[in-house]
Design a protein around this ligand. Structure first.
Ligand SMILES: Nc1ncnc2c1ncn2[C@@H]1O[C@H](COP(=O)(O)OP(=O)(O)OP(=O)(O)O)[C@@H](O)[C@H]1O
Length: 325
C-alpha cells in the first residue's frame, strides 16, 4: 500500500486525514509542536514515539477531546485531496461541506460526537472502556444507538412502528453479529463484557468501533497487555479490517512487532515534534528514531542492539493462521 507515485508517497496523493501545523499547549507545556502528517486512504498508519512524546494528545485533537491551540485537521470522504473544497470551507465559518462524490470536514471545529457520527472517526482508548455489566452483544448494539434513534425519527411512536426503525434495528443486530464473528467473540455474545479475558475485551472494543462503520479507526495502544499470540491475532484482525472494509487505521503502539509488521506508514514523535515520517522499512533503520527511543542526543553514539532488534521485530515474526482474524 505504500508505493510511491510521481516521487510522492501514496498517502500524499490520496489523503483521508491531514494534520496540518498542529500545536497543543497545556499552560507552559507544548505537548505537540507544529506537527503535520497525513493518513492515506486505506493505509495502516502508526504514530510512535517514547513515553510523553505527545501521541495521545494528537489522538485527542483528532477525535475532538481537545481543541488544538493551533492547526487544521482535515478529514475527507471520497477520493483525492479536495483542495478547493478544503480551502473554501476553511474560509467560511462552516464545519463540513458535502460534494457530489464525498465531503470534507474540519475536525478542529467539530464537537467530538459529530466527529464520530458525521466524519466517521472511531477510536479506542488506552484503558478499556466497555460497559462491563452489559453483554458483548449489548455493547455492540449500544454503540449503534445514534443511528437507531435517527431511524426512529427521535420519537417513541417511531421506536414502535416505523418500518425504517425495524429495518435499522435488524441492520444493527446483523452488524453486531458480523463483528463478533470476525473478532472471534461470537461464542461470548451473551456473556457480560467484564467476564472476558483482557485480550478478548480489547477485540470487543475494536468490534464495537467497527459497528459505527468508520472511515478512520484510531486505536490507542491496542496491543498493550497482550501476549505474543494475542498480538499476532491483532495483526491479523487489523489487516482483515483494512482489506475487507477499506477502513483506514491510525494506531499508537509501543509493540514494534505490531507496528513494523502491519504499518504502511510510520510517523515518529519525540517531545511533541515529528522526527520521522516514512515507510516502516525506512523508519526502523533511522538513527534519529533509535536515538529518540534511547533518549540520547548524539545519534553517532548509537549502537544499541536491543533497540535495533525491537524495531526489527515485525520482520521476524512468523505469520499466524491465514489472513483473517
Ligand atoms: N490534559 C493535560 N494537561 C496537562 N498536560 C498534559 C495533558 N495531557 C497530556 N499532557 C502532557 O503532554 C505531554 C504528552 O503527553 P501524551 O499523553 O500525549 O504523550 P504520549 O506520547 O501519548 O505518552 P505515552 O506513550 O506515555 O502514552 C506529556 O508531558 C503529558 O504530561
Amino acid at each position: 500500500m505504500n508505493v510511491t507515485t510521481t516521487n510522492q508517497h501514496r498517502w500524499e496523493n490520496d489523503p483521508l486525514l491531514t494534520v496540518e501545523h498542529l500545536t497543543m499547549r497545556f499552560g507552559g507545556l507544548t505537548a505537540v509542536d507544529d506537527l503535520s502528517f497525513t493518513v492515506g486512504r486505506g493505509d495502516i498508519t502508526a504514530l510512535i514515539g517514547p513515553n510523553g512524546a505527545g501521541k495521545t494528545t494528537v489522538f485527542n485533537c483528532v477525535t475532538g477531546f481537545y481543541k488544538p491551540t493551533e492547526g487544521r485537521i482535515v478529514m475527507r470522504h471520497g477520493p483525492g485531496r479536495r483542495s478547493e473544497a478544503v480551502e473554501e470551507l476553511t474560509a467560511s465559518a462552516g464545519r463540513y461541506s458535502r460534494q457530489d462524490d464525498g465531503a470534507v470536514f474540519l475536525l478542529e471545529r467539530m464537537p467530538d460526537f459529530t466527529i464520530s457520527r458525521t466524519a466517521k472517526v472511531a477510536r479506542t482508548f488506552q484503558n478499556i472502556r466497555l460497559f462491563g455489566g452489559m453483554t458483548c452483544l449489548e455493547n455492540l448494539l449500544v454503540a449503534q444507538h445514534n443511528s437507531l434513534m435517527k431511524a426512529s425519527g427521535f420519537s417513541f411512536a417511531g421506536l414502535l412502528n416505523l418500518p425504517s426503525y425495524r429495518s435499522a434495528a435488524e441492520g444493527a443486530k446483523e452488524r453486531a453479529i458480523y463483528w463478533l464473528e470476525q473478532c472471534r467473540l461470537i461464542h461470548r455474545a451473551d456473556d457480560p463484557a467484564a467476564d472476558l479475558p483482557y485480550g478478548d475485551q480489547r477485540r470487543l472494543e475494536i468490534a464495537r468501533s467497527m459497528c459505527s462503520e468508520p472511515h478512520l479507526l484510531c486505536l490507542d495502544e491496542p496491543a498493550a497487555g497482550l501476549n505474543p499470540r494475542e498480538s499476532a491475532e491483532l495483526n491479523d484482525l487489523l489487516q482483515f479490517i483494512r482489506a475487507e472494509t477499506g477502513t483506514s487505521i491510525l494506531l499508537i503502539e509501543h509493540d514494534m512487532g505490531v507496528v513494523m509488521k502491519i504499518s504502511d506508514h510510520v510517523v515518529v514523535l519525540d517531545y511533541g515534534c515529528k522526527i520521522a515520517d516514512e515507510t516502516a522499512e525506512a523508519v526502523r533503520n533511522d538513527p534519529k528514531v533509535i536515538a529518540a527511543y534511547l533518549g540520547v542526543d548524539d545519534e553517532s553514539e548509537i549502537d544499541d542492539e536491543e533497540i535495533r532488534a525491537d524495531l526489527h521485530r515485525g520482520e521476524t515474526q512468523p505469520d499466524t493462521q491465514g489472513d483473517k482474524a
